[in-house]
Design a protein around this ligand. Structure first.
Ligand code: HEC
Ligand code: HEC
Length: 241
């Protein structure tokens, strides 16, 4: 009898994790992100909504590795009916390669939910690939936003804003550990660009160089909101690149 009850409870718990009527609804139970080799950490967000008529408390989030840190708006985090918020997980990638799959167990007053995320770390380019990429970019500086180049130069920037966007879209060239000699360090530009200059560089790039035009209206991959968030970051009061 006891085993039956245990089996039934066990089944109940695993069904709850899949059930559309569960008290907590996540934007996804599994996420996948791509990062480039050399990026020191990655941030994954899960959005959660209390879709039940009663309050739910998220007490803790247990992570599958010591390399990750979860951050909640509060701890314990009280979600009244209908409340929505974000759970943010930062994973240290130093010394990591290939694809990693990580688990986060959300401990709520209504039970546990298991979230998973996969981080695909792009392999660094070989010197030959890099030379070929530079040749393609010399012929057309917008080439970096097309074909296979998008894997590293466009995909990681999708949906991002501010500092995260800077790391994905600009840092890939400007903060590279082995930055090419023609790529300037943006922290030491003289004179430091003002707001209008940042906007112009990001929007139109620099003709006849490898610096591409990023704004959608100039044939680049970024939305107006994304361009604005970079200008805020670079020209604003927040610390620069
Ligand atoms: C596997 C990821 C990846 C792909 C694919 C990729 N790049 Fe890059 N790219 C990088 C990284 C990382 C850097 C920074 C320098 C470095 O570490 O190699 C970079 C830098 C550059 C630079 C700055 C000059 C330099 O060598 O640092 C240019 C120009 C460039 N890429 C163009 C391209 C073009 C054009 C393509 C497609 C034909 C492309 N890249 C595809 C990852 C990639
Ligand atoms: C594909 C590599 C690449 C990417 C990605 C890239 N840049 Fe550049 N950027 C360059 C290169 C190369 C130059 C130097 C152009 C030259 O030869 O004068 C440059 C120049 C610049 C300059 C002008 C410096 C000066 O005074 O001449 C600014 C500002 C700048 N980039 C900002 C950005 C920002 C912001 C981003 C992200 C939205 C970004 N770059 C993304 C390659 C890149």
């Amino acid at each position: 009898m006891a085993w039956l009850l245990a089996a039934w409870l066990g089944l109940g718990v695993s069904l709850l994790a899949q059930q559309p009527g569960a008290p907590l609804t996540f934007d996804a139970l599994h996420k996948q992100v791509s990062v480039r080799f050399g990026q020191t950490n990655v941030v994954v967000h899960f959005s959660v909504t209390n879709t039940s008529p009663a309050p739910v408390v998220i007490r803790d989030v247990t992570l599958s590795c010591g390399c990750s840190v979860a951050s909640l708006p509060a701890q314990p985090w009280n979600l009244p009916p209908g409340a929505q918020g974000q759970l943010t997980i930062t994973t240290d990638l130093r010394g990591k390669r290939g694809s990693l799959v990580k688990t986060a167990i959300v401990q709520a007053s209504t039970g546990t939910r298991v979230l998973t995320y996969q981080v695909d770390i792009q392999e660094p380019a070989t010197p030959e690939e890099r030379a070929r990429n530079q040749t393609l970019a010399k012929a057309d500086r917008q080439a970096v936003f097309r074909g296979d180049c998008t894997r590293c130069h466009v995909e990681p920037a999708k949906g991002k804003l501010g500092r995260e966007l800077f790391t994905a879209a600009c840092g890939i060239c400007h903060a590279a550990e082995h930055r090419a000699s023609m790529v300037p360090d943006l922290r030491t530009l003289r004179p430091p660009p003002n707001r209008a200059n940042w906007e112009r560089w990001i929007t139109h790039g620099k003709p006849d160089t490898l610096m591409p035009a990023f704004a959608g209206k100039a044939g680049g991959p970024l939305t107006e909101d994304q361009v604005r968030s970079l200008v805020e970051l670079l020209a604003g009061t927040s610390p620069g690149p």
